[in-house]
Every structure is written in C-alpha cells, then in structure tokens.
Design a protein around this ligand. Structure first.
Ligand code: RB5
Length: 154
C-alpha cells in the first residue's frame, strides 16, 4: 500500500525519555514529505513532560498544525498532561489499529508514544496511520460533541 500524507504538517515534542524516538520520527516523517515542527528537547537532559505537552498543545489547539505527536517513556504522562487542555484529544497508541480507530472515532489530535514501550519501526508505522486517517464523523460526531461538552463543564 502506498503511503499518502493528507495531513502534511505536524508538531512533535518529547521529554528526555522520548527524545531518541522523537529524533527518529522527525527524520523519517520529513523524508515522507511532512512539514515537522520540532518543539524539542534536543538533548537527554532531564525535563518535565507537562512543559513539552503544553508547548505542543498550544499549537494544536490553534490548528497550526492540526495534529501533534508527543513522546515520553510510556506515552502516558504526555497523554495525561495533553488531555488537561481543552480541545485536545490525546491517545496513547501501541498499535496501528488503535491509531486508526482513535482518528476515525475520537477525532484524536495528539498521538502519544512511549519510547520505552514501542520500537522505532512500529512507532513510525503507528504515526503514519495516525497522520493519514481522517475522522469518520456521523455517529462519532455526537460523541465527540459530548466530550467537548464535558470539558466545557456542561
Ligand atoms: C520519565 O522518567 C518518565 O516518567 C516519563 O517519560 C513518562 O514515561 C511519564 O509518563
């Protein structure tokens, strides 16, 4: 199957436990034609994942770019942080199936990956599926609308 890149631009960020996987993804996704906004970090010095989740979600909630990838040791800390931000639907994915389903059903806009859990080859395939799958709408739209109502306190 030929890989197409309908969402050409994305933002990416990590913490120290995700910086190596982030670097691999940046390289490979650029080769595939994506415009990648790399928000760091660029070293393995210890940092706090909420700080980098905050940087990335600020861009994604503004829609510039519309999708993001966050990498930490497990993907879980990043997802917890990102999901505190209104407008963000972040999903930890370990499989291509999950990446496809969360785009189709949840309209997830942030993919969270764990460098200590998922190898670089699998992570790249997951990212490609996430970036090339669209939201299905229909019955899923009403559910996403309820998520938005929840975060608005309604
Ligand atoms: C850092 O040691 C680690 O806690 C972090 O990368 C992440 O896995 C947290 O969820």
């Amino acid at each position: 199957m030929r890989y197409n890149a309908p969402v050409s631009a994305l933002a990416i960020a990590a913490d120290h436990a995700g910086v190596a996987l982030k670097a691999e993804l940046v390289t490979e996704l650029k080769k595939l034609g994506h415009e990648v906004v790399d928000l760091g970090p660029s070293s393995t010095d210890s940092v706090d994942y909420p700080d980098f989740a905050t940087k990335l979600t600020a861009l994604v909630t503004a829609g510039t770019p519309p999708l993001g990838i966050l990498v930490c040791g497990t993907g879980i800390g990043m997802s917890i942080a990102a999901n505190k931000v209104p407008g963000i639907r972040a999903a930890v994915c370990r499989t291509e199936f999950e990446a496809r389903a969360t785009r189709q059903h949840n309209d997830a806009n942030v993919l969270c990956l764990g460098q200590r859990v998922t190898g670089a080859g699998v992570a790249l395939e997951i990212a490609k599926v996430f970036l090339s799958t669209g939201f299905e709408g229909g019955r899923h739209q009403a559910r996403v609308d309820k998520l938005k109502a929840l975060e608005a306190g309604r």
